[in-house]
Write a protein of this length. Structure first.
Length: 359
């Protein structure tokens, strides 16, 4: 892959410094199988519309993608939840669709309808431009310099199937039938696009690590849409290649995978890919994950975002139940997906307080 020559020679000088500086991070310690002073906690979509300060910041820009590419504002959005809550990690404010955008496919966000992508008419014309994503890396540098040493910073990217699905579908979908039809009827173009996405993801995550990300997470939000006969080629093998490439050049950077909706296939995924951590979605019982994911892999999740929004005694009981069932296992508290916009911020604080109590 081209990325080896393009982006990896600069990583070595950073490794020792980042390992030393992040030694106090509970999040990183648990990912590495080490002891921690408390259960680490962060939330997917922890920077977002449920926070009034985020809504005020977002109102300063008219276009969501421009907001993502505004390094000072993206850095501020990343830091906002860390100012409110005693979270163990920040995740850079960005979007998985910056990779299709950097490949040359027009991406825009239609208010009230979500992402839109113009059709790809010439796959050979797609070419990853890392300079297009320079504001993302600038935001990471700004956040890392502002965070205290015990707080980790997470970089991220979408995974090949999920990105391909959006690129072919042109928008979100409940079934992604058009994307699956593309795989079956245009196998050469599909293979070309998958390989291009793998290489682009590796470059993007590597650049985030160089900029200061302490860990990275791969979001395969639509892995559950992949039929069993395609799962190995479109979910397992791409993650294997991405994880192996990153580890060969960033051996001290933990990698978390989130193949959402994989169900029982999560066991095969875990054994084949062997990431440092796996995020468990809401539909997968944590007890099942404990028995089917190797103990060498940290589990993350899987509190129901709807329950976080609802709050009350049910939320307290669910947090305590997860805490009890995961006792003695490498585990990071998170959601089974992202924070929903209607969530009261006090409910997030309640979860953190519940975790810290009597630990």
């Amino acid at each position: 892959m081209r990325f080896v020559r393009l982006c990896c020679k600069k990583t070595t000088p950073f490794l020792g410094a980042w390992v030393v500086n992040r030694a106090m991070s509970a999040f990183l310690s648990v990912l590495r199988g080490q002891s921690a002073p408390h259960v680490p906690v962060w939330f997917m979509r922890q920077a977002g519309r449920y926070l009034p300060e985020y809504r005020a910041l977002r109102a300063e820009t008219t276009d969501f993608l421009s907001f993502c590419y505004d390094a000072p504002r993206a850095a501020e959005a990343t830091l906002q939840p860390l100012r409110r809550f005693d979270l163990d990690a920040a995740i850079i404010f960005s979007d998985i669709l910056v990779i299709p955008d950097a490949l040359g496919q027009k991406v825009f966000f239609d208010v009230g309808h979500g992402p839109r992508l113009d059709p790809v008419t010439d796959f050979a014309a797609l070419s990853f431009r890392p300079d297009h994503l320079a504001p993302v890396y600038a935001a990471i540098r700004q956040v890392r310099s502002a965070l205290s040493p015990e707080k980790a910073l997470i970089g991220f990217a979408g995974s090949p199937f999920t990105l391909m699905a959006y690129m072919i579908e042109g928008q979100g979908s409940k079934t992604f039938d058009r994307a699956l039809h593309f795989i079956y009827t245009h196998p050469d173009d599909a293979d070309f696009l998958r390989n291009l996405l793998e290489e682009s993801i590796i470059q993007h995550l590597s650049a985030q690590i160089q900029a200061g990300a302490d860990a990275v997470q791969l979001f395969d939000s639509w892995a559950g849409m992949v039929p069993a006969p395609l799962y190995k080629d479109w979910v397992i093998l791409p993650h294997q290649r991405i994880v192996a490439a990153l580890r060969s050049h960033h051996p001290h950077t933990p990698i978390v995978c989130f193949p959402r909706g994989s169900g029982v296939k999560l066991a095969d995924f875990a054994r084949a890919v062997q990431p440092d951590g796996i995020s468990v979605d809401t539909s997968t019982p944590m007890g099942w994950a404990l028995g089917n994911v190797p103990e060498t892999i940290t589990l993350q999740g899987n509190l129901d975002p709807a329950l976080l929004c609802a709050g009350g005694r049910g939320l307290d009981d669910a947090v305590q139940s997860l805490k009890d069932i995961c006792s003695g296992r490498r585990w990071i508290m998170n959601l089974g997906h992202g924070v929903v916009p209607a969530t009261p911020p006090d409910h997030v604080k309640r979860v953190v307080d519940c975790l810290r109590k009597n630990y």
